[in-house]
Each structure stands twice: as structure tokens, then as C-alpha cells.
Design a protein around this ligand. Sequence first.
Ligand SMILES: Cc1cc2nc3c(=O)[nH]c(=O)nc-3n(C[C@H](O)[C@H](O)[C@H](O)COP(=O)(O)OP(=O)(O)OC[C@H]3O[C@@H](n4cnc5c(N)ncnc54)[C@H](O)[C@@H]3O)c2cc1C
Length: 394
Amino acid sequence: MGFQHKAFLAKRGNMKVVVIGAGIVGLLTACRLKQQGADVVVLEKGSIGKESSWAGAGILCPIHPWLYPDSFSSLVNTSLALYDDLDAELQSSTGIDMQRMKSGLLIPCFADDKQNHEEKAVSWSKAFDWQLEILSATQAGQHEPSLSTELNQALFWPDVYQVRNPELLKAVQALLQSLEVPIIEQAEVVALNEDSSGQVMGVFLLDGTMIDGDAVLFAAGSWSQGLAEQSGFTLPVLPVKGQIVLVQANPENTLNHIVKHDDAYFVPRRDGKILVGASMENVGFSEGNTVKGVHSLLSAVLKLVPGLSDCAIERQWMGFRPGSPDGLPFLGPIEGKRGLWVATGHYRNGVALAPITANVMASWILGESPKLDMAAFSPQRTIVPNKELGYPKA
Ligand SMILES: Cc1cc2nc3c(=O)[nH]c(=O)nc-3n(C[C@H](O)[C@H](O)[C@H](O)COP(=O)(O)OP(=O)(O)OC[C@H]3O[C@@H](n4cnc5c(N)ncnc54)[C@H](O)[C@@H]3O)c2cc1C
């Protein structure tokens, strides 16, 4: 280790980073920043981990991954490979179990499906090293007796995991506490503090308080577009509402794997409940579950997994995914504003992508260029809206 590297470490040790947003992206990045020697503070306009990161289904695999560019598949694969270590780290340092389990994921295929995914799914799985099994209708029925008998065949990925989002958030919060990183709730950031040369010097809160920092990370989820506008740049992130219904399964009427078809999915949890998700609605920040949203989820149960029709409904909730026009996150520095970084727009994949986002962003902010090619996720990239991956029309 030469003199230069020591000097670099010393500089990193002094750096103060302000993280805006206590969702999974902000919280985990704050952990990695602190572990690499930075002083960190997390600012949260509401309560810790109560927005999209809390509401999500926790499936650790993109919906129809073959629709995404290869750069995204590589990023997600690298991220998922970090989950073993993250799980072990959180369990050993906090004692909290994120309830990660290998559920496998099954896509039933019907004769009247608008899209036949088989060919693309097979070549994507080969290219990105995911084991895929093609099941006959009989085999699919043996795996999942609650499935519709109308299906022709099914695609099955045995190695797909899920986590329980609230437990993951609790564990990361506990790790931050043990690292003595302050998380300030009810602290809404309304403006950047920057000098006339464009160097970021911190942020201002709604009540006028100034919080200084050498670097600022926007991890504000669905609220990032407004925050960017207030700070003088553009970030096309829109909230995409997702509604979820939770049902209580029983040993005769249950699922063994995650089942997914088009936008509907069913996630069997360790506690015997099944999460039915999720709507995709471009309706701004309109809160609450709706008759239409819940009806379409329950219709999907009747059509796809009729064996669950008699399950009791436990509760429902919703969240706002931070959607981008091309379905890809925005990760990196903001040109023209030295010290300003963003990590947002993770849309449907923020939990799957959180480990790599946190590792890359923390090192990058502290001066180490990423080893992965991040050009596809640059906040300054030319955006080509994607009908299948981007946010839906209003
Ligand atoms: C129904 C649903 C299902 C999903 N299923 C999955 C899935 O199966 N797998 C998967 O990987 N992903 C899934 N997702 C997506 C995933 O949950 C998100 O991509 C991820 O949670 C985004 O994390 P985040 O930290 O960026 O955002 P958030 O969790 O929304 O956190 C952002 C935080 O920033 C705070 N904030 C905003 N503005 C300010 C401000 N001005 N000042 C201070 N704080 C501010 C907010 O209050 C919020 O707490 C799902 C999402 C939903 C809604």
C-alpha cells in the first residue's frame, strides 16, 4: 500500500455523505458507506422503510428478465450473488432473519397466452446461467396442485429466492444502528446547498435546517423526480402504484413455489400466507387499495390458481414503485453538480438490485470507479422509452 492509497483512505475517512431516503436503497448504501469509513447521515421525510421497500413482494428475480438488456441481467445476477453474504452478515450482526428462501418460480403457459415466452426464456436462462425446467401440464400439476388444469405446460426456475421485505429492512436498520449511523425521520429535504461553482455542500430541510455534507445521494424512490426538479436537473422517475392482497392458505390449498403469469404473481410465505400481487398503475401518488385493483388480483387467483379460491383474505396494501421510462435504474453522478449522486428508479427490481447498488454507489462516491460498466444506468443516458419495461401510460 503506497502513500497515495493511505492518503486516499484518510480522505475517505473524513468524507461526510448525506443520504436522502430510508428505503432499502438508501439504508443499505449508508451501511456500505459507513463500513468504508465515511461519516453518513440518512434523512427520511416520513418513517424508516415504510414506502416501496416495505410494500414489495420480495421476489429476487426480475419479472420476465429476458425483456431487459444484457447490461441489466448482468447487474441483477451480480446483485443476487451477493445475497448469501448479505443474509449471513445481517443474521450474525443483528440476529434478524430476512426470511430468505429458495421458493422457485413457475410460469404456467396457456393456449390463449398473448405471448409465448418459452424460446426467449430458454435462451436467456442459458446465457445468464439460470437453471430452467420445462414442465408438462401433468408435472406442473404435481408441483402445484392448486394451479389451473387448463395450462399446456410451465416454465420452472428452481433457484429463485424470495425475502420478506419488512424483515430485511429491520435487519439493515439494526446494522446501521450498530454502526452508529444516524437516521433522522420526519426530515424532508427540499433543496440542495451548493456553492457558485456547482460543488454540493449539503441540503436544506423543510424546516430550514441545513445539513452539510461533502456528497449527497438521492435515494428518494418515487419522489426523486420532484427532488431533482427542485435541485435543477431532470430525472424522469414516476410512481407506479402496486396493490397487493394477502390470503391465508391451508395445507390442502396452498402453493409450494412462486407462481407468475403476466403481471400477476403469487408468493407463498414461510408463515403460510400467500401474497397476491400486483397492479401496475400510473395514477400519481393516489393512496389506498381500489375495487378495480383488488378485483383484478382476485380474478387472477380464480383464473390461474383456482385451488386458492376458498382462502380467507387477510389484508391488502399498496406501494409506489420508482418507475423509469426504460425500466432501468439511475445510478451514478450528476454532471455539473460535483458531489451529487443518484441511486433511484429501481422500479420493479429494487430489492433484487439493492446489494449491488449499495456496493457500487458507496465505493464510487468514495472515489473508486466501478468495476462494472455502469453506462447503461447513467442518469445522463439517452432514454429510449420501453413499452414493456417502462412505466405504464397514465
Ligand atoms: C407492490 C410492489 C411489489 C414489488 N415487488 C418487488 C419484488 O418482488 N422484487 C423487487 O426486487 N422489487 C419489488 N418492488 C420494487 C421495490 O420495492 C422498489 O424498487 C424498491 O423498494 C425501491 O427502493 P427505494 O429505497 O429506492 O425506494 P423507497 O422504499 O420508496 O424509499 C425511498 C424513501 O425516500 C424517502 N424520501 C422521498 N423524498 C424524500 C425527501 N425529499 N426527503 C427525505 N426523504 C425522502 C421516502 O419517504 C422513502 O422512504 C415492488 C414494489 C411494489 C410497490
